[in-house]
Design a protein around this ligand. Sequence first.
Ligand code: HGY
Ligand code: MN
Ligand code: MN
Length: 433
Amino acid sequence: MDADTADTADTADSADPAALRIDVDRLLRRLDALGEIGQVIGPRGERGCARLALTDADRDGRDLVVGWMRDLGLAVSIDAIGNVVGVRAGDDPALAPVMVGSHIDTVRTGGRFDGNLGVLGGLEVVETLITHGVATRRPVAVAFFTDEEGARFQPDMLGSLVYVGGLALEDALDVRAADDGARLGDELARIGYAGPTPCPTAAAPHAYVELHIEQGPVLEDAGVTIGVVTGVQGISWTELTITGQSAHAGTTPMRLRRDPGYVAAELTAGVRAIARQMGGSQVATVGRMEFTPNLVNVVPSSVTMTVDLRNTDEHLLQQAEHRFDTSCRRLADDEGVTIERRTLARFEPVEFDARMIDLVETTATRLGLSTMRMPSGAGHDAQMLARICPTSMIFVPSVNGLSHNLAELTEATDLQAGTDVLLQVVLQLANDG
Ligand code: HGY
Ligand code: MN
Ligand code: MN
C-alpha cells in the first residue's frame, strides 16, 4: 500500500459512500512515478513519456503498476496477449466485476496522462474504498490493456480487441512492429508478459468505465470539467508503399520521372483537402513517411507512408476513403508509379450504452460538476469493451488541448473531479443487482 495509506488503513470507517472522495495527491504521486519510466524532457522542460508497447520501458511500467496492484491486495491476472487485470473481491464473488482501466503504453512523444490516468485513477478508486472500509457487492477490477496506441504494433487497441474476441490471439502474436519488424509474440515473451490467462476473456465484465483525458480542446474551450462521452468515432489507418523509379536528381528530365516522393506529397496535401471539403468531424493525418534511399540527390525509388482518416459517421468515413482511393489511382496513373496498400486498422464508430452515459452525467452533476456530452476523437479500449458489456467514458480537460505531445497536462483539480466521478460511478455499478 502507498505509504500514506498504511497509517490510515486502521482508521478505516464506513463513511457515507456517496460522500467519499479520492486522494488526488496520492494519485499524482503514482502518475509522477509512472511518468518517470521512459520519461522524455522537452525543450521547454515539458515532462513527457516514451513507453512504446512491449519495449523495456513498457515492461518497467507494467512491473510498477502490477506491484501497486499487489500492494493493494488485488488478485492479478495476466492474459496471453499481456492484458493485466487486478481484482478487489466483492461480497458476492459469483457476480461479474465492474471494470475500470485503460492503457499504460504511450506513443513516442507521449504524455503522463494518456491512458495512465484511467489505470491509476482506477487504483485510486480501489485504494479509497479500502482505506474507508467500503465493501461492494460486485468485485471491482482495474485493467490495463496491451498496445492501445498501435504506434509500434498495429492496429491500435490491439490488446482489448483480442480481449473481446475481435482479433484472434495467434494473428495478434504474429503482428510485426512498424519500427524494427519484431514479432509481437516474441516481444511479449521477452518482457515477461505472455500470461497464462486465456483470451478472449471467458467472462464479460458487468460494466466498463474508462476515465481518460480528452486529448483535444473542446472541454477547455467550453470551460466544462467533465466530458460525458457518447461514443468513439470511426478509424481508418492505411499504409501505402509507393514505388517508382530511382534516378539521378540532376540528369533526369522531369517528363521522364516516376517519382514516388511527388505522389506522396500530393497525397498528403490531398487528404487535407478531403477533410477540408467534407468538413464536420472528418479528420485526416499523414503521420509517418519514409523515403528510400532518402538522399538529397536521388529521385526516391519508394516511399512508405500512413494515412489516418476518422469520422463519427461510418458512411462519411467510407466517402473519405473512396475519395482518397480515387486520388491514389489518378496519381499512380499520371506518374507511372505503383501503390500497394495495407490496412493497419479499421474500426466503425461506436455508440456507448445510453444508461451508462446517463449514469456518468447524473453522477457528475450530483457532484456539482459541469458536464457536456461529446464523442471521442481518439480511439480507446472502451470502444472494444463496448462489444461485450455496457460501457462509457469520463473525460477531463487537456490543457491547450494537447496530447500525444510532451506538453500533455491536466490540472489536479480536474484529475480530482474526474476520478471522483469514476469512484461514484463504480460504487453505483458495484452495488446494483
Ligand atoms: O489513435 C488513437 O486514437 C489512440 O491514441 N490509439
Ligand atoms: Mn489513450
Ligand atoms: Mn493515445
